[in-house]
Design a protein around this ligand. Sequence first.
Ligand code: PAF
Length: 280
Amino acid sequence: MASPTIARTREELAAARGGSSVSFVPTMGALHDGHVQLLKHARPLGETLVASIFVNPTQFAPGEDFEDYPRTFDADLQRCAEAGADIVFAPAVPTMYPAGLVDTVTVDPGPLGTILEGASRPTHFRGVLTVVSKLFGLVRPDVAVFGEKDYQQLTLIRQMSRELALGVDVVGCPTVREADGLAMSSRNRYLTDTERQTAPVLSAALRAGVTAAPEGPEAVLAAAHSVVDDADIDLDYLVLTDPELGTAAPGREARLLVAARVGKPRLLDNIGLTLGGTPR
Ligand code: PAF
């Protein structure tokens, strides 16, 4: 198993990258099996596979867990090597933000950035899109792979690449789950034992929604609510949308999305489904 080349600066990255076709998996580290899946998915999509590890300060609001976010570089490097990454780009903050963190150029996510996660975390997607656009500029990938677990993030990055003509093919990779259905997330490690036992209620609600899908949109939401409403969680949203996060319609593909605090950690999950009923 070859060790990936570690690049910390723009120049080191350019030298390591050369002129090959590149597939790219951006991460904030604390890699788990879900990230390994992203890397394996990306491996055959380019000649050179680049993973980035950068805990992006601008996507955390004051009081969120930026300082406490798990930093596990040595273990992450091992996982990148096992998954076949050629280059690990691990920049310092000034490499990504040479003009500083405030009063600088940012990417406005538009209306889609204000709903769901954006309603609870108003500055989050500006930070995500800004750093991903910079990473695209530095890594210059042909293809970039993101997890479907952060479905709104995936949708916004796809939209950004298309609308800002960044020329990067944005590919989604299915969510990887624990045996009891809990979606893998770097934040799961913050759950207490009791919260960990409660957390699979989110994926159970999504599965209940899928089972009710042939009966139409109202039945999906009723079935999902019947699972979460009495659970010991602080539900933020449970919504049914179309695959682009617009309005869901009978007889069409849809997405059921949930977010909740389970104790302190805020967890997200979502699933695709086909709604019953006659298309309008
Ligand atoms: O999903 C993540 O880990 C981050 O939001 C990303 C896309 C790496 C940007 O910092």
